[in-house]
Design a protein around this ligand. Sequence first.
Ligand SMILES: CCC1=C(C)/C(=C/C2=NC(=C\c3[nH]c(/C=C4\NC(=O)[C@H](C)[C@H]4CC)c(C)c3CCC(=O)O)/C(CCC(=O)O)=C2C)NC1=O
Length: 169
Amino acid sequence: MRDAVTGLIKNYDVAGRYFDRNAIDSLKSYFLSGTARVQAAAAINSNAAIIVKQAGSQLFDELPELIRPGGNAYTTRRYAACLRDMDYYLRYASYALVAGSMDVLDERVLQGLRETYNSLGVPIGPTVRGIQIMKEIAKEQAAAAGVTDTSFVDEPFDYMTEEFSETDV
Ligand SMILES: CCC1=C(C)/C(=C/C2=NC(=C\c3[nH]c(/C=C4\NC(=O)[C@H](C)[C@H]4CC)c(C)c3CCC(=O)O)/C(CCC(=O)O)=C2C)NC1=O
């Protein structure tokens, strides 16, 4: 698992090169944005239960068939599994924000997930919608915690969405 710094070191070490201008620029921006990233992660952490609950109810309001007989989140067990999955996405998004790298998402969340979902009939489209709803709420929470530009909060949520939406080759 890599963060923005170890990822950069790995790339330059492979080539046996000192950091060049590009590397220094990306290190600068990583460290300059550090406080905001930690602040956003802290806002997510302290509101995680609320974010998941609120995103879940919004998702089921928009797509009530999910929790009706025949829906994938129907029955208490599957409903709970769905909210648990949302909580996983939120928690790993907070790690990726701090790391300044999406590597943790590839390694711990996304690997093999689409296959698992397909085999269990968990619908991808609504899951992606749930992740996007959490993104909006997480951004509101970050803004409320004093993060002025919350655009970087999009990245891990959008990354998971894109990886999820890719079609099988
Ligand atoms: C930390 C990385 C990680 C992830 C991401 C993860 C996901 C994950 N979600 C699962 C199931 C599930 N996931 C859902 C989720 C949903 N159903 C819906 O209709 C909604 C659209 C959606 C919620 C937004 C449901 C309902 C199940 C249970 C499916 C079943 O057993 O029939 C399963 C199958 C095993 C189990 O039930 O625990 C895995 C592995 N597990 C992990 O360890």
